[in-house]
Design a protein around this ligand. Structure first.
Ligand code: UD2
Ligand code: MN
Length: 353
């Protein structure tokens, strides 16, 4: 038996160890997923048994004379869980159209036998990734229909060969998408990420910006680091405006996702995440694009986020709209967003931009 003193020491050591373990878990898995894992709100999915994303979709087509009388159920009855995702030859647009007969011009869809409860806009930043876009459309249209959402897909296309700017394109996508509807939820979506489970609902959290792609195959299905916010995220228009949108000033690859994570915190919000065993995505393998070279100044920029976020975002968004075009599977918005500013050598040396 231990003396009372040793007993107390042991108690405090155990307490410290369990706290450390908890913090470690939170770091590895993201807070919300840990809570849900502990409290069992989340079933265990078996990803060795998957189903085609088009399974039984056609069963939910009512007879043409049927009248929509009520809202869709809170949980869609046609969700199947883990989906079969493979990347053979990208499907043709014609094949995708044939498989999605109820998608209307501009990539809009409403459930046909009930009123969709949620209005979701999916916004995709894009340049020269047509094959990836086709693969995404092939999987995303039926995925969203399974969830019985009222949705539309917007592709924001950066014209020209100037340095790519993902976050600015997403800001433009939000501004443009809001012209079409009063969306409940904005989904900001990389073109090359395919969701692996249709229970990963493309609806927003009422309170906090949500990171949907919490587990990607390229990061061995875990979070690469605690504040990671890249890939696919979901914000209500109010949340998006509260953080002043995304930064316009991150040109090239990297950093913009960390700036977004930081502005979420600086505006008094925090990040919620889809649990790891649900927020699974496959990324279509690819090399770095030319015109999207690594942004070597991102660490310096990130040091200034605290100072800049209120002035750099939706309230300073400036671009030239070249066209708005409703194609059969998505609304295409082509824009000229200008070029990355040339950073003077002196400023580069002293890192004062
Ligand atoms: C990671 C993040 C991404 C973003 C990026 C850094 C993942 C899965 N995603 O993506 O969210 O933070 O790092 O900027 O970790 N794009 C084009 N054409 C181009 C270049 C980019 O369409 O020429 C778009 C496209 O939607 C693509 C996205 O920008 O998915 C991100 O670019 P990436 O896929 O080349 O970068 P990646 O996979 O490292
Ligand atoms: Mn990618």
């Amino acid at each position: 038996m231990l003396s009372p003193r040793a007993d107390r020491r042991c108690f405090f050591m155990c307490l410290a160890a369990s706290q450390l373990l908890f913090l470690l878990l939170m770091y590895r898995r993201g807070a919300s997923s840990v809570f849900q894992g502990i409290f069992g709100a989340n079933p265990i999915w078996d990803y060795s048994k998957t189903q085609d994303v088009y399974t039984n979709l056609s069963l939910f087509i009512p007879d043409p004379g049927a009248v929509r009388a009520q809202y869709c159920p809170v949980t869609s009855p046609i969700l199947v869980g883990p989906l079969t995702i493979t990347f053979p030859k990208p499907p043709s647009l014609k094949k995708i159209r044939v498989k999605n007969p109820y998608v209307t011009s501009g990539g809009f869809y409403s459930p046909r036998h009930c009123y969709g409860r949620y209005r979701t806009a999916v916004i995709i930043p894009h340049r020269k990734r047509e094959a990836h876009l086709r693969t995404l459309l092939y999987y995303l249209h039926p995925f969203l229909q399974r969830q019985q959402l009222h949705y539309a897909i917007f592709v924001v296309h950066q014209t020209g060969n100037a340095t790519f700017n993902r976050a600015k394109l997403l800001n433009i996508g939000v501004r443009e998408a809001l012209r079409y509807n009063d969306w409940d939820c904005l989904i900001l979506h990389d073109v090359d990420l395919i969701p692996e489970n249709d229970y990963n609902l493309y609806i927003c959290d009422d309170y906090y910006p949500k990171h949907l792609s919490s587990a990607m195959d390229k990061f061995q299905y875990s979070l690469p680091y605690w504040a990671y916010f890249g890939g696919v995220s979901a914000l209500t228009p109010d949340q998006f405006m509260k953080i002043n949108g995304f930064p316009n000033t991150f040109w090239g690859w990297g950093g913009e996702d960390d700036d977004i994570a930081m502005r979420i915190r600086l505006s008094g919000l925090s990040i919620t995440r889809t649990p790891l065993n649900l927020g699974r995505y496959k990324m279509i393998p690819h090399d770095r694009d030319s015109g999207n070279e690594e942004n070597n100044y991102r660490y310096n920029q990130l040091q200034n986020t605290r100072r800049n976020w209120k002035d750099d975002g939706m309230n300073s968004l400036d671009f030239q709209l070249l066209s708005r075009e409703k194609t059969e599977l998505y609304t295409n918005i082509t824009v000229d967003i200008g070029e990355a500013p040339v950073i003077p050598t002196r400023a580069r040396k002293w890192k004062i931009f």
